[in-house]
Ligand binder design. Structure first.
Ligand SMILES: O=P(O)(O)OC[C@@H](O)[C@@H](O)c1c[nH]c2ccccc12
Length: 398
């Protein structure tokens, strides 16, 4: 597609013009092929997300009582929960990340050009929203869940992610390390040119990491599921967190089929019912769940969900990339910290940790684990970077 910009856009309103190569192609299709093709000449995706029937036939023995209330895993456009559409549910829970509109803005054909009117409703407002909308488009390429489910039996068995964190913390007396295998990020660009995920993973393990986090998003983090699978099959014993932007239960099965031991759920993106439903699927698959929060509202929502064992406090705001490690301390103050201690939830301090002082600071705030990417991956020897980050060798018990 060739894009031509025409005029300076008025605020919050833009026109993009695209030379219509595709509409030519659709025009030539035989009539029977036109089902699933919208008036604007675009093919409607055959499957939007895990269809409920598809997912429930796989999940017949999961005790999910409220699956009919779920808000995001549906083929139904504008699905409703208790009479509310998804946008209302998201707004009620203070979730600012919207779902990608199911139909793009209308296309107008003039000669060989197609005009698309862009406005606030159909344009992502920030980077996290853009990632989520792109993820939604990516998921249309997936294979059916029933096919994926058959491959689960071939996956290596899940390992105890939470147990590994607890054991490491008890052994070393410092926060257990989840070291992140991360080549690039949208905020920092490429972090390491000579990136060998398996070598890096092995070096992290040798130098005391309790668990590893492997980025699988390709577009923004230059990660992949091949990396996850390669690390798993290379004999690395540390349990693996699949670091993905999960918006659909299908991704959880996929992560498991590639050897993941844990997955991430982001509270800024997922409503409570999805977190709760996905947590149940994970329990059935033997996966641990790290639920990530960034502010008080998200923390309170997550604390009201049953069965949460691991909460990550992200010091980076994924909407604008600002990093502030005092966020971890603030969210663990007072009653919230008390509830967390009573329930024996492990809190993971995430992002922006560079020095032994940073590690002590979040440890004093109450975290029992840390998730570290950039400060290790940028070291000449990422494995040796661990001792520098902690101010001591953590590969041996104290
Ligand atoms: O590289 P850092 O600043 O040490 O951050 C690691 C990790 O916390 C960060 O990569 C992260 C936290 N939550 C995420 C969600 C998606 C992608 C990435 C992340």
């Amino acid at each position: 597609m060739e894009s031509i910009s025409i005029a300076t856009p008025p605020p919050k309103f833009r026109v993009s013009v695209t030379k219509s190569i595709f509409s030519e192609r659709w025009r030539k299709l035989p009539a029977k092929e036109w089902s699933g093709v919208s008036m604007a000449g675009e093919r409607k995706p055959p499957i939007l997300r895990c269809s409920r029937a598809e997912e429930e036939s796989v999940d017949a023995n999961v005790a999910v009582t409220h699956s009919s209330d779920r808000v995001t895993n549906s083929t139904d456009v504008g699905e409703r929960q208790n009479g509310k559409c998804i946008d209302d549910v998201l707004e009620d829970q203070g979730i600012r990340i919207r779902r990608r509109p199911q139909t793009g803005p209308p296309m107008h054909n003039v000669g060989p050009f197609e005009f698309r009117l862009e406005n606030e409703g159909n344009t992502p407002r920030n980077i996290l929203e853009k990632i989520i909308w792109d993820k939604d488009s990516e998921l249309k390429e997936r294979k059916p869940l029933t096919v994926l489910h058959r491959t689960l039996g071939n996956a290596p068995p899940p390992r105890d992610f939470v147990g590994a964190l607890r054991a490491s913390y008890n052994l070393t007396g410092v926060p257990a390390l989840i070291a992140e295998v991360k080549k690039a990020s949208p905020s920092r660009g490429v972090l390491r040119e000579d990136f060998d995920p398996v070598q890096i993973a092995k070096a992290y393990e040798r130098n005391g990491a309790a668990c590893l986090s492997v980025l699988t998003d390709e577009k923004y983090f230059q990660g992949s599921f091949e990396n996850l699978e390669a690390i798993r099959t290379a004999g690395v014993n540390c349990p693996l967190l699949c670091k993905e932007f999960i918006i659909d239960a299908w991704q959880i099965y996929y992560a498991r089929s590639k050897g993941a031991d844990a997955i991430l759920l982001i509270a800024a993106v997922l409503p409570d019912l999805d977190i709760s439903y996905m947590t149940k699927i994970c329990r059935k698959l033997g996966l641990a769940v790290l639920v990530e929060v960034h502010n008080e509202r998200e923390m309170d929502r997550v604390l009201s969900i049953d069965g949460i064992q691991l909460i990550g406090i992200n010091n980076r705001d994924l909407e604008n990339f600002e990093v502030d490690i005092s966020n971890t301390k603030n969210l663990l103050k007072g009653e919230r910290g008390e509830i967390i201690r009573q329930r024996d939830i492990i809190v993971v301090g995430e992002s922006g940790l560079f020095t032994p002082e940073d590690i002590s600071y979040v440890h004093d705030a109450g975290v029992k684990a840390v998730l570290v990417g950039e400060s290790l991956i940028k070291q000449e020897d990422p494995g040796k970077g661990i001792a520098k980050l902690f101010g001591k060798d953590i590969s041996v018990a104290v």
